[in-house]
Design a protein around this ligand. Structure first.
Ligand SMILES: Nc1ncnc2c1ncn2[C@@H]1O[C@H](COP(=O)(O)OP(=O)(O)OP(=O)(O)O)[C@@H](O)[C@H]1O
Length: 479
C-alpha cells in the first residue's frame, strides 16, 4: 500500500505506539486534572517545547538554561506536591488508572457537615473546617497530616475533640472525604476584624482571602459558628442558614463538573495528548536521518550437536544502520544482533549468507549495508588421532659433521580436530631447529607446529618435545 504523504512508511506498530502513549498521557491528565500538579506538568511541557525550539535554533545558553529549569521543576513538583500526588494515587482504585472518568467533585454531604458543626458548637469544641473549591491550597496551606477518611459526623467530632493530637489546626474536606487534618492556614493581616477574633478566626479569614475555599469556624469560647468566604464574614444564626450557604458552595463545585463542560474539556485534553505524542513521535522517530556503522559479533545457532565450528571467515560483521538521530543515539548493543542458523550446514566449508532476516534491529532503525554479506564457516565432527612427530631442521651443520641420530621424546602425539582435516594429517612437525653452530651432540626442547589453528592437542598434552641428537665426523670419502 502506498503510504500517505503525511506518513511516509508509517507502520501499524507506529500508529499503535502513538495511540498507546497518547492514552497513557490522557489517563495521567484524567487522574491529576483539577490539581496543581497538572498545571505544573503543563508548564514543564511548555518549557520543554521552548528548549527543543532553542536547540533547533542553535541558542546554546537558552537551551542549556531550559534543561536546568526543567530538571529543577520536575524535582519541585515531586517535593512540593507530594501530598497532592499521594492523595490522588491513594484515593483511586487500580481500575481507575486505566479506565473511567473519576468524578472530580463528589457531592459534599452538606447535612453531615451541618449536623457535626452544630454538635461541635453545642459541646463548645473549637473547629476549623475548610471546603476547597477549584484552586489548590498547597501554596497557601502548610500541610498537616494526610488523612484519607470518609466524612462522617463521628469522624469530625473525634478530630476536634480536645484529647486528639490532631485537634489543633484546620481539617480539609474534599467531596465526601477528609483529606487532611491539623493543617496550618495563613493568618490574615486585616486590622478591621472584630475584637473577639483570635488566631482561629484570623486563620480562617487569611485562607478565605487567598483562595476560593469556604471556611467554617466553630468558636470554642462562645460556641458560635462563622463562615468565611473571600472577604465575607458570615455569622451563622441557625443550621438552616449554614445548610443553604454550604449547598450553594457545593452546587458551584458540582456545576464545574457539569457533563457538557466535562465532555468538552476531556475531548480537548484527548486531542492535545494525541497531538503532543504525535509531535514527539515524529521528532523522535523521523528526525534528521543519521548513519552509523556498528561492528556486531555473529551468533551461530541450530548447529548439529555432533559437529563443531572449526573456523569462520569472520567473527563479527559490520552493519551500516540509518534512522533518526535520537533513535540512533539510543541504540544499545544488546538490541542489535546477527544470528546465523547452521541447521543446513554440512561437514566442511559452508557459505552462510547474512540476510536482513538474520539481523535483529530496534524499531525504527533501517539496515543500509552489511559487510561481509556471507561467512565461510567450517564445521566438522571432532575426532582424535595419534600422529608421528618429526623434527624440522634448518640450516646446515659445519662441513665436517653429519647428523648421526635424532630422537624425539615423545615421538607421537594425539591431536584433536575435524575428521576431514585429520584424514590428511599423518605427521606433526616441530618448529625449526637450527643446525648452524652445532658442533657436538645434545638435547634441545622445541614446540610443535599445529598447521591449521583449529587443530588442538589432546587435553593435558604438552606442546613441547625433547630432541636428542648426535653428530659425528664426516668420513673423509664423503666430503
Ligand atoms: N494558623 C492557624 N491555622 C490553623 N489553625 C490555627 C491557626 N492558628 C490557630 N489555630 C487554631 O486555633 C486555636 C487557637 O484559637 P484561639 O483561641 O487563639 O482563636 P479564636 O479565634 O479566639 O477561637 P475560639 O473562639 O475558638 O477561642 C489553636 O489551638 C489552633 O487549633
Amino acid at each position: 500500500m502506498d503510504p500517505t504523504p503525511f506518513s511516509p512508511g508509517l507502520r501499524w506498530q507506529d500508529i499503535a505506539d502513538i495511540l498507546f502513549n497518547s492514552y497513557i498521557l490522557f489517563r495521567l491528565y484524567v487522574l491529576f486534572r483539577g490539581t496543581n500538579v497538572i498545571r505544573m506538568i503543563i508548564a514543564i511541557a511548555m518549557l520543554w517545547m521552548t528548549e527543543r525550539l532553542a536547540v533547533n535554533m542553535g541558542l546554546i545558553v537558552t537551551s542549556w538554561a531550559m534543561q536546568g529549569i526543567i530538571t529543577a521543576a520536575a524535582l519541585i513538583i515531586i517535593i512540593v506536591f507530594r501530598n497532592e500526588i499521594a492523595s490522588v494515587l491513594q484515593t483511586r482504585d487500580f481500575k481507575s488508572f486505566f479506565w473511567g472518568i473519576p468524578q472530580r467533585q463528589v457531592r459534599t454531604p452538606v447535612d453531615i457537615i451541618v449536623e457535626s458543626v452544630y454538635e461541635l458548637a453545642r459541646r463548645k469544641l473549637g473547629a476549623l473546617i475548610v471546603l476547597p473549591l477549584k484552586k489548590g491550597l498547597e501554596a497557601v496551606v502548610q500541610s498537616g497530616v494526610v488523612w484519607q477518611g470518609k466524612l462522617s459526623r463521628e469522624m469530625l467530632l473525634s478530630i476536634f475533640w480536645h484529647g486528639t493530637p490532631v485537634h489543633d489546626g484546620a481539617t480539609i474536606v474534599q467531596g465526601d472525604q477528609i483529606t487532611e487534618v491539623a493543617a496550618i492556614l495563613p493568618l490574615s493581616k486585616r486590622n478591621d476584624l472584630p475584637g473577639n477574633f483570635g488566631t482561629r478566626h484570623r486563620a480562617a479569614v487569611g485562607l478565605a482571602e487567598q483562595s476560593d475555599a469556604l471556611v467554617i469556624v466553630v468558636s470554642e469560647e462562645r460556641g458560635r459558628v462563622t463562615v468565611f468566604q473571600e472577604d465575607k464574614i458570615i455569622q451563622i444564626n441557625d443550621n438552616i442558614e449554614l445548610d443553604r450557604i454550604l449547598r450553594e458552595h457545593a452546587g458551584e463545585a458540582a456545576d464545574r463538573g457539569g457533563m457538557k463542560r466535562q465532555t468538552m474539556e476531556l475531548s480537548i485534553a484527548a486531542m492535545i495528548c494525541l497531538l503532543s505524542i504525535t509531535g514527539i513521535w515524529f521528532s523522535f522517530a523521523r528526525g534528521l536521518e543519521t548513519l552509523v556503522t556498528l561492528e556486531v559479533p555473529v551468533e551461530f545457532m541450530n548447529r548439529d550437536p555432533k559437529m563443531e565450528i572449526f573456523s569462520a571467515s569472520a567473527s563479527s560483521v559490520s552493519l551500516q544502520l540509518s534512522g533518526s538521530g535520537s533513535l540512533i543515539k539510543s541504540i544499545r548493543p544488546d538490541q542489535v544482533k546477527v544470528k546465523l542458523s547452521l541447521d543446513n550446514a554440512v561437514p566442511g566449508g559452508n557459505l552462510v549468507p547474512i540476510s536482513r532476516n538474520t539481523i535483529t534491529l530496534p524499531p525504527g532503525i533501517q539496515l543500509k549495508q552489511v559487510d561481509p554479506q556471507a561467512l565461510e564457516v567450517n564445521l566438522d565432527v571432532p575426532v582424535q588421532k595419534t600422529v608421528a612427530i618429526q623434527a624440522e631442521w634448518s640450516g646446515k651443520l659445519p662441513k665436517e659433521l653429519i647428523l648421526e641420530e635424532a630422537r624425539l621424546i615423545p615421538d607421537k602425539i594425539t591431536i584433536v580436530g575435524g575428521s576431514l582435516m585429520l584424514k590428511q594429517i599423518e605427521t606433526i612437525y616441530t618448529e625449526k631447529i637450527p643446525l648452524d653452530g652445532i658442533t657436538t651432540g645434545g638435547t634441545t626442547t622445541v614446540s610443535l607446529v599445529l598447521p591449521p589453528s583449529s587443530l588442538k592437542l589432546e587435553n593435558g598434552a604438552k606442546n613441547r618435545v625433547e630432541v636428542v641428537y648426535k653428530v659425528k665426523q664426516r668420513p673423509a670419502s664423503s666430503s
